[in-house]
Design a protein around this ligand. Structure first.
Ligand code: EPU
Length: 428
């Protein structure tokens, strides 16, 4: 087990290239189950969530071959193997095996997913969708059992705008008989990416990117090659890091429109952000104005950038208020930032950050993926050395984060943890 160490205060300069989108990747891989021939996905990020899903595809009989960042999945020998335990528990997105296997085989057994603890993360809307399509869904000893004699298109209104439910229902509906309409659908770019893959496979989908998605089921889907979109959350994380500790940083392979809400907030703070076709240039000023942020569904400010942005706010004059309307309990980074000298409190469900404060290096723990990103941003700004444990969370979602930041001039490195440190971490 490793920890990440950062000696803060060194300026960031140069160019960083953004990898393929994690939250697309974790849906595109299971989507390949639906095809009858090989699907190649190009530009996947090299992160542990992708490895885990590739292993799961192999567990159900898929042939998975990897070349650099491209993965080919041949589903020819896949079977409806139950996956009640094991690797499905390692990440949230294993729930996409439900929609994909239901669509392909008419049945699936999938253990309830794991992933970051962000407060309650129900999947009732996924289940509502599967049932509307004609599936019987039961929860038996922590695994979801799905069965359908025949999937039939249906009109499904999502009570909550959900990325996962929208994609999962889409996965099942593309091979259902007849027409499905998903109302109050999520509009995130990752949903468009998954729909693009499915359409290339032969699915008939209209309206993605709006809140009404219409799907005409088809009897079979074929393999194809698909290139993944860049990771808007990784791009946003580097933009925040560049604002926090950069002189001039270019973020390459980004679709600026995907993070317009972040760019607007950075500009409000006084950071210069220039956008090109696939690049962003970030140049912070000497001082930062505080801003308030409220996370919302896309295109609002993403919940996944709330935690790293909170670290940046410690550098701003006066008080900024952060409210997460998607995951109100996504607050595990707060105590750790306080350990680093941040003046920060939680009041009435919002995080209040007073600044500017000079952060100090400390021993801190990443308890979820984006909390880890927040602590890295804080470590870059802090005096002295910050030691971050819980690195496996970070490696689930950021490809080569220590290498990419080192290239930009950060003093950041990994060390193996001692047995004593591992025991301490497990008990904390
Ligand atoms: N919700 C329900 N019922 C459901 C589904 C969701 O009440 O059946 C609620 C959730 O509790 C939450 C809101 O709806 O309050 C939105 O949840 P959503 O379903 O959109 O989240 P998700 O699909 O489980 C994905 C990303 C998250 C990201 C959220 C919101 C993946 C694998 N995960 O989760 O990414 O925070 O959308 O944008 O795509 C991350 O990358 O760090 C991460 C956690």
């Amino acid at each position: 087990m490793q920890k990440i160490l950062i000696e803060g205060g060194h300026p960031l300069n140069g160019k960083v290239r953004i990898s393929g989108a994690k939250n697309s990747a974790v849906a595109l891989l299971p989507a390949a189950i639906l095809a009858d021939s090989a699907v190649t996905i190009e530009g996947l990020p090299n992160i542990s969530d992708v490895e885990t899903l590739s292993d799961l595809l192999e567990e159900i009989g898929g042939t998975v071959s990897r070349q650099d960042n491209n993965i080919t999945i041949d589903p020819a020998n896949m079977v409806a193997m139950p996956l009640p335990n094991g690797k499905v528990k390692k990440l949230r997105a294993s729930y996409y095996f439900m929609g994909a296997m239901l669509g392909k085989f008419g049945k699936a057994v999938i253990g309830l997913p794991g992933g970051c603890f962000l407060g309650p993360r129900p999947i009732d809307q996924h289940i509502k969708g599967f049932e509307a399509l004609g599936a019987t869904v039961t929860n038996e000893q922590g695994a979801i059992y799905l069965r359908a004699e025949e999937l039939r298109g249906a009109r499904i209104y999502l009570d909550v705008v959900s990325v996962g439910a929208t994609i999962n229902i889409m996965l099942a509906a593309v091979r259902a008989k007849g027409k499905t309409v998903i109302e109050n659908a999520a509009k995130e770019p990752e949903i468009i990416d998954v729909a693009t893959l499915l359409s290339n496979m032969g699915a008939k989908i209209k309206g993605v990117g709006t809140d009404v998605i219409r799907i005409e089921g088809v009897p079979s889907l074929e393999g194809c090659t698909h290139t993944i979109i860049p990771d808007r959350i990784e791009a946003g994380t580097y933009a925040i890091a560049a604002a926090a500790q950069g002189e001039e940083v270019i973020i390459d392979n980004v679709i600026p429109q995907h993070i317009e809400s972040l760019i607007a907030k950075l500009r409000e703070m006084g950071v210069t952000v220039e956008d090109g076709d696939e690049q962003l240039l970030i140049r912070p000023g000497k001082t930062f104005k505080s801003v308030d942020i409220k996370t919302l569904v896309y295109p609002g400010f993403p919940t996944d950038l709330q935690q790293p942005f909170t670290s940046l706010l410690t550098k701003a004059e006066q008080t900024g208020v952060v409210t997460d309307t998607i995951y109100s309990a996504r607050l595990k980074h707060i105590d750790e930032l306080r350990r680093m000298n941040a003046i920060i409190k939680v009041e009435g469900g919002s995080v209040i950050v007073s600044g500017p404060s000079q952060l100090e290096g400390a021993k801190v723990k990443a308890s979820d993926l984006r909390a880890g990103a927040a602590l890295i941003v804080a470590g870059l700004m802090a005096n002295g050395v910050t030691e971050i444990t819980g690195v496996d969370h970070i490696d689930r979602g950021y490809e080569q984060i220590t290498e990419k930041l080192s290239e930009l001039g950060a003093r950041i490195w990994r060390e193996e943890m001692t047995d004593e440190e591992i025991i301490q971490l497990q008990n904390s």
